[in-house]
Design a protein around this ligand. Structure first.
Ligand code: PLP
Length: 438
């Protein structure tokens, strides 16, 4: 906080954020990966206003509201496979927290109880939230090191990073390790938790093709539940509605948050299969119910925003536009790759990342203390583009309402900012201590 100087946003419209001096910035990271169709979208605004005229909140503990009921029904229709029972929370962390507890409790009381199944399997550099349970399955030291004594022990696998695996191998390189662990320890593992296809906070790390499909097959083979954390990848960001669909994988529990309410209001969902749901049914005396609930879970304003968001997302026009946007982003990345200091780019749907290099050797990286990606984002900000890097990785993830011209503006500005900074980068001493969360 000693270095923290926030940009104060007074209003917004579409992809544009306006600060208190009236300067505008293109929101190139969807307000931390959550704004789906822009700010002040007329349909989402109207849905919230209409709901506000009815009731702003009623508890989900013993009551329900029409928008929450309708949203659960819509999510059950849209979610892959037989995922059709929805538990609402307020943010991504609480969706994962609920999934972990549901998985744990499931094995205690399912038809064929396996009380020894109490452990979780998670990936290196995973990020699933900041509450103690979701942080325990997270694997990024920068967030977790301080709290280690408070976190539960997790079985950790290597990060299946497409960029770092040896050439000429595929997903099997990492799946072999998973199978070894499952074969030895499946009797004590309740669930594996995974960010499908892309590990976002790790630096938009892409998994090799076939990895998620293999994970699903192996977890099923060894009777281990699969929790898919689609808090970043869900709601169309990777192309299909859910990244799991890219690999034809149906998890046992699916977590959604961020974009679910269009990026308007805190709302998350943990969606379960009938198999899991039915293990929690029983008389109150049986103690089988899930004793977990948050005050604002299923908030009707958030649910109304989410229903409007899903209606927009599933419309034919938006689906067609998404395909065009993905192609345009591909072209922008191809142009960036022709720059001498761009080492590589990667893209899945409308999520993209850019790696930088100081020399013609594309494997070389700038020293971390130069904060090169942060320098570029700071340069872009001066010219009206808001981006937030992940370490030395530049991230592009605009709202899906972005027009052709706006996306070109983003590409041009980013390209100029990369060229300006890499031509004349500031030395480490000049950027240390400057405020910025990189
Ligand atoms: N899961 C993933 C994959 C995330 O990237 C995040 C946040 O960035 C979370 C969970 C936590 O969500 P929230 O910040 O809404 O608690």
């Amino acid at each position: 906080m000693a270095e923290y100087v926030p940009l104060v946003i007074e209003r917004a419209e579409g992809v544009w954020l306006y600060d208190t001096a009236g300067k505008r910035y293109l929101d190139g990271i969807s307000s931390m990966w959550c704004n789906l169709f822009g700010h002040r979208h007329p349909k989402i605004d109207a849905a919230i206003h209409t709901q506000l005229d009815q009731v702003a909140h009623a508890t989900s503990l013993g009551m329900a509201t029409p928008p929450a009921i309708e949203l659960a029904k819509r999510l059950a229709e849209l979610a892959p496979g037989d995922l059709n029972h929805v538990f609402f929370g307020s943010d991504g962390s609480s969706a994962v927290e609920a999934a972990l507890k549901i998985a744990f409790q499931y094995w205690q009381q399912c038809e064929n109880p396996q009380p020894r199944k109490t452990r979780f399997l998670a990936l290196g550099e995973a990020y699933h939230g900041d509450t103690l349970g979701s942080a325990s399955v997270g694997g990024i030291d920068r967030f977790n090191a301080m709290f280690k004594p408070l976190l539960f022990d997790v079985i950790r696998l290597r990060t299946p990073d497409r960029q770092k695996m040896p050439p000429d191998v595929g997903a099997e390189y990492y799946l072999a390790e998973l199978e070894k662990v499952l074969a030895a320890q499946h009797k004590e593992i309740a669930a594996m938790v995974i960010e499908p296809c892309i590990q976002a906070a790790a630096g938009m790390v892409f998994h090799p093709a076939g990895y998620l499909r293999g994970v699903r097959e192996l977890t099923r083979k060894y009777n281990v539940l699969l929790i898919a954390d689609e808090i970043v990848t869900g709601c169309g960001r990777t192309g299909p509605l859910f990244a799991c669909e890219l690999e034809g994988a149906v998890p046992d529990l699916l977590c959604l948050g961020k974009s679910l309410s269009g990026g308007y209001l805190p709302l998350s969902a943990t969606i379960a299969t009938p198999e899991i749901y039915s293990a929690f049914l029983g008389t109150s005396a049986s103690g089988r119910s899930f004793r977990h609930g948050h005050t604002y879970a299923g908030n009707p304003l958030g649910a109304a925003a989410a229903l409007a968001t899903l209606e927009i997302l599933t419309s034919d026009a938006v689906q067609q536009r998404l395909l065009d946007q993905i192609t345009q982003l591909e072209q922008i990345l191809a142009a960036l790759r022709s720059q001498p200091h761009v080492a590589s780019t990667r893209q899945m749907g409308m999520i993209a990342a850019v790696e930088l290099t100081p020399s013609a050797d594309r494997n070389e990286r700038y020293p971390a203390d130069m904060r090169i990606a942060y320098q570029i984002c700071r340069e872009a900000l001066k010219h009206g583009l808001w981006l937030r890097p992940l370490g030395d990785t530049l991230v592009i993830m605009p709202p899906l309402c972005i027009t052709k011209d706006e996306l070109n503006f983003l590409g041009d500005l980013l390209s100029t900012a990369i060229a300006t900074v890499t031509d004349n980068p500031l030395p480490a001493e000049a950027v240390s201590g400057i405020a910025g969360d990189d």
